[in-house]
Design a protein around this ligand. Structure first.
Ligand code: SF4
Length: 173
């Protein structure tokens, strides 16, 4: 009981630090890029959320911002970038094109980046307003704190599977 209490408090503290130190890798492909740049300009002060530093190497980033239309040919590239990022990592689909393919209904446009990688937060809008982006960022921070990010949930599932296999976790049917 005591050990559980301390490890969960430690995890809360670590997640608190993680949510205020996001290093984003911007995968910018289209017109949403202009809005992305305006959000990260001084007026909206993303530094309040600890997410102001872009990193142009996926190995130094833990937040993949998918900004703009993704084509079928770009899918494998996006997947590779995602795989090169260290864990734990999070993803945000910025705008309707990254979320659903937007108004493009053709053979070359991917109907959403979630066709090739898991997405934690979808931000609607064409392009999204800066306030929507900040809302999305706050939603992501809540997910990180509550361990509801995709990678965090996967880690929990794997951890639980190990505990079940060793008999330390009983599943109630
Ligand atoms: S959502 Fe709109 S602004 Fe953003 S990339 Fe698509 S068409 Fe361009």
């Amino acid at each position: 009981m005591g050990l559980e209490f301390y490890t969960s408090r430690l995890a809360d503290a670590v997640n608190w630090a993680r949510k205020y130190s996001l290093f984003q890798y911007p995968f910018v492909t289209a017109c949403c890029g202009m809005e992305f740049m305006s959000v990260w300009a001084p007026k909206y002060d993303v530094a309040r959320f600890g997410a102001e530093f872009p990193r142009f190497s996926p190995r130094q980033a833990d937040l993949l911002m998918i900004v703009g239309t993704i084509t079928e040919r770009q899918g494998p590239v996006l997947r590779r970038i995602y795989e090169q990022m260290c864990e734990p990592k999070w993803t945000v689909a910025f705008g309707v094109c990254a979320s659903t393919g937007g108004f493009y209904q053709n053979y070359s446009t991917m109907p959403g980046a979630d066709q090739c990688i898991p997405i934690d937060v979808y931000i609607p809008g064409c392009p999204p307003r800066p306030e929507q982006v900040l809302d999305g960022l706050i939603m992501l921070q809540d997910k990180i704190q509550e361990k509801r990010g995709f990678v965090q949930l996967r880690e929990k599932r794997e951890h639980d599977a190990v505990l079940q296999a060793t008999g330390k976790l009983k599943v109630i049917p």
